[in-house]
Ligand binder design. Structure first.
Ligand code: ATP
Ligand code: MG
Length: 159
């Protein structure tokens, strides 16, 4: 699938949070956001902004769900935060019951999503994050499928 893409530069951790918050406002229940980037790239920082954009109340502190794999937060739209860092490549992810979250009433945001790329639905948003320098991150946001391509179009008018 081809998809639509946009590249943006986030010049601070706050800018990444703000971008996440903005993007979160475009997401609806059942959406999948796959985050791909090295250790310290800013995946969790972006997830924190996404959570805010989805209306997760401020008193919830979003941390990587390293040991639990999935954390669930209530929001205007519920937020399902996956972190697959400790999941072995090719291991049996069916066991964690991920499908229930993908077809659920919330938005699934997945750190280290490349570990389950074979299980991701075709329609999804992918965000590839790279270090560009001290405090600066580059993000390539790719929308697959009409809904996510529409979001990328909207972003194109804003950045
Ligand atoms: N422009 C930026 N965008 C995002 N984070 C930034 C930026 N500049 C600096 N940072 C810092 O980089 C760190 C990113 O950490 P974060 O936990 O979000 O990364 P991660 O990709 O989730 O890493 P891990 O793979 O360990 O889960 C934070 O300390 C954050 O403050
Ligand atoms: Mg993280």
């Amino acid at each position: 699938m081809k998809g639509k893409r946009i590249k943006i530069e986030l010049k601070s951790a706050q800018a990444t949070f703000d971008f996440g918050e903005l993007l979160g406002k475009y997401l609806v229940a059942g959406d999948i956001v796959a985050l791909i980037g090295d250790l310290g790239a800013g995946k969790t920082q972006l997830a924190k902004g996404l959570a805010r954009g989805l209306g997760v109340p401020e008193e919830y502190y979003i941390t990587s769900p390293t040991y639990t794999i999935i954390n669930e937060y209530p929001g205007t739209t519920p937020f399902y935060h996956f972190d697959l860092y400790r999941v072995e490549e090719g291991s049996d992810l069916e066991d964690i019951g991920y499908e229930e979250y993908f077809n659920g009433r919330g938005v699934a945001v997945i750190e280290w999503a490349e570990k389950m790329v074979h299980l991701l639905p075709e329609d999804r948003m992918e965000i590839h994050i790279v270090h560009l320098g001290e405090g600066i991150r580059g993000m390539e946001v790719i929308g697959f499928g009409d809904h996510f391509e529409g979001i990328v179009d909207a972003l194109t008018h804003l950045f």
